[in-house]
Design a protein around this ligand. Structure first.
Ligand code: AMP
Length: 214
């Protein structure tokens, strides 16, 4: 099964994708993660993408679609969870072509619907364990022992460079201008499902599992 998770920054796409990977043997294809890895490695793509990402704007369609094509060619196990891709109409067209060329299809496009008034605080306060990736939040979810990861015991944590209020605002603007128009595109094809993302993470996961079925 291949699905897209759609929703603004901070809607919980990454968290839910991680959970579906664990329960369903699917793989998360996050263009944001791929681009951050490229920036960290200092590759040509990373050098080109860094300033755009820091400004909260969108990296070129050609770059991200090429990353997705390369990743699809490495195999997708129990199915792909597209997280943060596609983000524009051109990327949606590119994805259709990439899937078709590989004999793959899209099963569901799931919109994680959230109250945007709360998003800036939600994104600004988030951080992860630098070792295992467990997610935390300054207000909503702190480690049980201050400064120590609940899952792996590491004492190192990291924050995304673009999780600051002005950048989140720009990312939200980009979402409205370029990504939200994909919702009617997928609705017309009968692929769109809407899940209320403003609930406890476990409740959202249960709802997603129900939508995806067995
Ligand atoms: P994300 O981790 O999905 O929030 O993405 C972080 C940043 O990477 C975005 O603000 C964009 O600058 C860039 N990015 C990630 N995915 C895409 C995409 N599909 N198209 C264009 N830019 C992207």
């Amino acid at each position: 099964m291949n699905i897209i998770l759609l929703g603004p920054p901070g809607a919980g796409k990454g968290t839910q994708a991680q959970r579906l990977m664990a329960t369903r043997g699917m793989v998360q294809l996050s263009t944001g993660d791929m681009l951050r890895a490229a920036v960290k490695a200092g590759s040509p793509v990373g050098l080109q993408a860094k300033a755009v990402m820091d400004a909260g704007e969108l990296v070129s369609d050609a770059i991200v679609s090429a990353l997705i094509g390369e990743r699809l060619d490495q195999g997708i196990g129990g199915g792909a969870i597209f997280d943060g891709y596609p983000r524009t109409a051109a990327q949606a067209d590119a994805l259709d072509a990439l899937l078709e060329a590989r004999g793959l299809t899209l099963d569901h496009v799931i919109e994680l619907e959230v109250d945007e008034a709360a998003l800036i605080e939600r994104v600004e306060g988030r951080y992860t364990c630098a070792k295992c990736g467990e997610g935390y939040h300054d207000r909503f979810k702190q480690p049980k022992v201050a400064g120590v990861c609940d899952v792996c015991g590491s004492t190192e944590f990291k924050r995304r460079a673009d999780d600051t209020a002005p950048t989140v605002k720009a990312r939200l603007d980009a979402y409205h201008a370029q990504t939200a128009p994909l919702l009617p595109y997928y609705k017309k094809q009968g692929l769109l499902r809407v899940v209320d993302g403003d609930r406890d993470m476990d409740v959202v996961t249960a709802d997603l599992e129900r939508v995806l079925g067995v």
